[in-house]
Ligand binder design. Structure first.
Ligand code: AR6
Length: 170
């Protein structure tokens, strides 16, 4: 069965999926943006589990339970801070998506939702970020896995429109 890719506009903390992805920082102990919202919605137990993970390097990902979220799991990934694009930022962002998908498949998950990693506080240009996100997901899905539904969960309308446009192109 072919996996479904879709863009929606929503608060990622409300989604009923196997895993939501968190745009975290390398401490994994919470922060602002979507990270802060996920930690608030999941509750203290999430932060407690994260304390045992020993942080996470940029481009890597680690999985936890979802606690008070509807989502069963949170996959925490650390996007690159944008420093002009010549410091490996595109490759690191690609790794965030690829490693999150790999971990989801290793846990036999079927549905996953991504926020627009790095495009907020970390200032990655949103057009390039969306292109990397869609390309990396499509490349991953070329090999069969447990994943059947991939959601690009946009907070802003401009992001949803950007993803919708990219998803229309094959
Ligand atoms: N649901 C979905 N998307 C959201 C939500 C939400 N509830 N809230 C924000 N966004 P950002 P980054 C979007 O800044 O750039 C934190 O402090 C937002 O509109 O959350 O990767 C971490 O601890 C934007 O499109 O993440 C790190 O220190 C996208 O999520 C740092 O920020 C990402 O914006 C990570 O920065």
């Amino acid at each position: 069965m072919n996996a479904i890719l879709q863009a929606i506009q929503a608060d990622i903390t409300t989604l009923d999926v196997d895993a939501i992805v968190n745009a975290a920082n390398s401490s994994l102990l919470g922060g602002g943006g979507v990270d802060g919202s996920i930690h608030r919605a999941a509750g203290e137990e999430l932060t407690r589990e994260c304390m045992g993970l020993d942080g996470c390097e940029t481009g890597q990902a680690k999985i936890t339970q979802g606690y008070r979220l509807k989502a069963r799991h949170v996959i925490h990934t650390v996007g690159p801070v944008w420093h002009g694009g010549t410091h490996g930022e595109p490759e690191l962002l690609r790794s965030c998506y690829a490693n999150s998908l790999r971990i989801a498949a290793e846990h036999n998950l079927t549905s996953i939702a991504f926020p627009c990693i790095s495009t907020g506080i970390y200032h990655f240009p949103p057009d390039q970020a969306a292109q990397i996100a869609v390309e990396t997901v499509r490349a991953f899905l070329a090999t069969p896995s447990s994943l059947q539904q991939i959601i690009f969960c946009c907070f802003a309308e401009a992001d949803r429109l950007r993803y919708e446009q990219l998803l229309q192109k094959s």
